[in-house]
Design a protein around this ligand. Structure first.
Ligand code: FE2
Ligand code: FE2
Length: 300
């Protein structure tokens, strides 16, 4: 079977009576107020959050298929790795296409030509991402970002498949297709990091470590801008929750300090390959403690 065949993902009518993701993958479900929301509001939150979750994938996939992988394909042009990188690039383009199709079918009012409705990086951060993504040899932190986010899709898709009987079937089907490619991407990321990271100067490693941890925490860990944009959209559709917004905002912000929640996103148990690779480099050996700060207090 041609795994780059776009027709492998076929869209029918999206069943909007079902959740799109397991609740465990949605941040609001980890707050005390979630259980007090009416079932219809919880369902709609789940569906809207699924789109913002996929928008993060599209953001990363666009960086990979756009500047990062073409630059590295050139860098390794004389090696067999270049063919794997070309394939990686084509798969990411296909994933973004599929996610966008699913969004257009599920949320036609939110997605037309725009691939992003919830996820927006501030202009400074966007320029920083673009600058670094065009120079992945100097800024291989972009590959650490890719690796940990791509590896995260593997346990997440296992949760989705376990809950398949209760979820919207197109969402399950797409996550199944996506995860099948992502395992290979994690291997490519690891190989690229093993090649590029040791070539950095000590100062370059520290700068890249700082950029990796800072940008991961700011944009891809606890829900901030996009996570709140989902709740605001929910309140537009269900104005009855408007009086609850200040409390929901406090509870979502509090997730940043809850090690039990943070451990459901990035942890040695969930992304073992990324953390094992980080262990090989002294400057990244405390990665888990940096991503789950409360765990430091718990250990001490
Ligand atoms: Fe992907
Ligand atoms: Fe990927």
């Amino acid at each position: 079977m041609n795994t780059l065949d776009p027709a492998r993902f076929q869209l029918g009518v999206v069943d909007r009576s079902r959740p799109f993701l397991p609740e465990s993958l949605t941040p609001l479900a980890h707050t005390p107020s979630y259980a007090t929301l009416p079932p219809a509001v919880r369902l709609r939150y789940n569906q809207l959050f699924a789109s913002s979750y996929h928008e993060q994938f599209i953001f990363l996939e666009s960086m990979l298929a756009g500047p990062i992988l073409p630059a590295l394909t050139q860098r390794f042009a004389a090696e067999p790795l270049a063919d794997r990188l070309r394939r990686f690039q084509a798969e990411e383009r296909l994933h973004s296409h599929w996610f966008h199709l699913l969004h257009q079918a599920s949320e036609p009012a939110l997605y037309r030509d725009n691939t992003h409705f919830f996820v927006t990086a501030p202009p400074f951060a966007q320029r920083l991402f673009d600058y670094c993504a065009r120079r992945p040899e100097k800024f291989p932190f972009v590959l650490w970002l890719a690796m940990i986010i791509e590896e995260r899709t593997l346990p997440a898709s296992r949760e989705i498949i376990r809950a398949a009987a209760t979820l919207e079937p197109h969402y399950v089907a797409l996550h199944r297709l996506h995860a099948a490619d992502e395992a290979g991407h994690v291997s490519c990321d690891a190989e690229l990091i093993r090649r590029l990271w040791p070539a950095l100067s000590p100062a370059g490693r520290l700068l890249n470590r700082w950029l990796f941890v800072t940008l991961l925490r700011e944009f891809f860990q606890v829900p901030k801008r996009a996570g709140w944009a989902v709740v605001k959209q929910l309140a537009r559709e269900h104005p009855e929750i408007t009086p609850l917004l200040p409390r929901l905002r406090r509870e979502i912000h509090a997730l940043a300090h809850r090690s039990d929640y943070l451990g459901t996103i990035y942890s040695r148990a969930r992304e073992p390959r990324t953390f094992a690779l980080a262990d090989r480099f002294r400057e990244l050996s405390r990665l888990e403690q940096e991503l789950i700060p409360a765990a430091v207090g718990a250990i001490v």
